[in-house]
Structures are given as structure tokens and as C-alpha cells.
Design a protein around this ligand. Sequence first.
Ligand code: ZN
Length: 103
Amino acid sequence: MPEPNRPPWRVSGDIADRSIGQLVDGGVGLVLDCESCPNIVTWTPAEIGRRLRRHADKSLGWIGPRLRCSRCNSEWVRISRAPTDVATSAAGPVIVRPQRPKA
Ligand SMILES: [Zn+2]
């Protein structure tokens, strides 16, 4: 298990204070990385807008504690900025192999 003395969710990089609306407007995608199983999902800006439209004024710091892994229901989900070259799919979230976004 991950270390206990921190909240289970984690937002990496400079995006924690961004609102959902700012991410969508800025064309920023997200990688949601479960720390309890191999599940990693990439959300394109369009996907973020579709899923979180009602929360456009909320920050990722607000969203983080409310996320659960779609596979194992763990709350240990790490949020990071998607690489800009991530595949875009109109069909929905793209499952990608584990990779670390550039710092
Ligand atoms: Zn999981």
C-alpha cells in the first residue's frame, strides 16, 4: 500500500489550482493513474468537459478527493497533466500504457 500519512489522492504539477473550465479552455488533458491497480485513463480536454461540465468552476483540488478508480474503486488516484501528444479519441477515454508525464 502507498504511505499512509497523506491524502490518497494526489495532483501533480502546476494544475492543482486550475479549474475544470480552465483546463478545457486551455486544451489541457489529464492522466488519472490508479496507485492500487494498473489502471491508467487519459482524459482529453473534450472528455473532461463532457464528464465534469457541471463542475466547470471547481478546481482539481476539489475534484481529486471525489475520484475513484473505475476498475478497483480505489480512491488512490493520482492526477497529472497529460502529455500534449496523447491520442485523442471521440469515443471516450483512452487507455494508455503506464508512462510518466514530463516534469
Ligand atoms: Zn484501480
